[in-house]
Design a protein around this ligand. Structure first.
Ligand SMILES: CC(=O)SCCNC(=O)CCNC(=O)[C@H](O)C(C)(C)COP(=O)(O)OP(=O)(O)OC[C@H]1O[C@@H](n2cnc3c(N)ncnc32)[C@H](O)[C@@H]1OP(=O)(O)O
Length: 203
């Protein structure tokens, strides 16, 4: 049986652990330097200085913040694995890179490509030919229609809809429930229906 470690003993970490369990993968430890308890759902939480005890384990970073996930990914020397909930429906022609977590009830269709350390959260839909770059988070129930490109680190809020052929830049934020009908520049925060730029993440 595969054994892995999760970096981050948060609420998101609990859900990622459930994804692993559904795929018959055992989480041996959570790594977290700011633990709120000794265990989380019966899995021990250990400090990062003890990570050497888990040299053979593959890792997944179970932290929801895209920027922090990127920083941590550069520090961990272990290999990363991909976690896919058993209820996810994924086309055989879709590709999913390491470190990415695909949660329950998701649909990922033909020729979609999903980068490293991406979160495809509960019941999100990623349609055919989409390109999702590294460190993106697609929140619950978001619908990414066909041939959409989402740049590194962007966060798509819960229930947002992106119409076909749109390009969303890097480190952008799409508000919960937004409907995106125009391309979105890097770092933009876009809300509403139709989506309008509210501000920029680097402001
Ligand atoms: C399992 C999980 O929980 S996964 C997590 C999923 N998380 C999400 O989906 C959260 C998505 N985040 C949002 O929608 C946020 O509201 C953001 C990122 C768009 C904006 O957050 P903040 O930067 O804190 O902005 P703030 O709350 O100050 O709002 C700024 C303005 O945008 C408006 N606004 C914020 N969010 C939205 C929204 N989703 N739709 C429409 N308008 C919005 C506010 O009313 C405010 O308007 P005003 O300037 O006219 O008063």
């Amino acid at each position: 049986m595969n054994k892995i470690c999760l970096f981050g003993a948060s609420g998101h970490g609990k859900v990622v652990k459930d994804v692993a369990t559904s795929a018959n993968i055992v989480v041996e430890a959570f790594i977290d330097d700011y633990p709120k308890s000794e265990n989380l759902h019966e899995v021990p939480i250990v400090m990062s200085e003890k990570m050497t005890n888990y040299e053979a384990n593959k890792f997944v970073i179970s932290i929801g913040n895209n920027k922090i996930r990127k920083v941590i990914s550069k520090k961990i020397k272990n290999d990363f694995t991909t976690l896919i909930h058993k209820s996810a429906i994924i086309s055989p022609t879709a590709t999913i890179a390491e470190g990415t977590v695909i949660m329950n009830g998701t649909n990922i269709n033909a020729d979609a490509t999903i980068g490293k350390h991406v979160i495809v959260n509960t019941a999100a839909i990623i349609e055919h030919d989409c390109q999702i770059e590294d460190f993106v988070h697609i929140s619950p129930n978001a619908t990414i229609t066909g041939n959409v490109h989402i740049g590194e680190g962007s966060h798509i809020g819960a229930g947002a809809i992106i119409i076909p052929n749109i390009t969303i830049g890097k480190w952008a934020t799409i508000g919960a429930g937004a409907v995106i009908i125009n391309d979105v520049p890097d770092y933009a925060v876009v809300v509403g229906n139709p989506g309008k730029i509210k501000k920029y993440n680097n402001e």
